[in-house]
Design a protein. Structure first.
Length: 123
């Protein structure tokens, strides 16, 4: 079977566009394609992403793992583990690294859950 060449027909709506117009059209279409993925990233997370956040905040992998496990246990991963840690640090008026170390040991989750759940409409 021979494939019919429909290149001329397919490009008909593009042939009179300048390079600049083609460039703009490309990026406009790319934004439309990527938009659902970006929206999903804003509303969904995963333990791997949250561990990565904790690591980038300066926590060791030995601290990041329990932080995320406790965050999942207390249903706070959707709030973002970095946000949880900073909220707890603010509550206790301590450095965020110290707050994360406490949370990694299982200390303070009841307090941070109460604070984050009470402000849920604003979160």
């Amino acid at each position: 079977m021979k494939r019919t060449d429909d290149f001329e027909q397919s490009r008909h709506h593009l042939k009179n566009l300048t390079n600049e117009q083609l460039y703009e059209r490309f990026w406009s279409l790319t934004e439309k394609i990527v938009e659902p993925i970006v929206d999903l990233a804003y509303t969904h997370t995963s333990p791997a992403i949250e561990r990565s956040v904790a690591l980038r905040m300066g926590f060791s992998s030995l601290e990041a793992k329990p932080l995320v496990e406790y965050g999942a246990k207390w249903n706070l991963l959707g709030k973002g583990i970095g946000n949880v840690i900073l909220t707890y640090a603010d509550l206790k008026k301590i450095d965020y690294l110290e707050a994360g170390a406490e949370l990694a040991k299982g200390i303070g989750w009841d307090k941070v859950v109460e604070k984050m759940k009470s402000g849920e409409k604003n979160a």
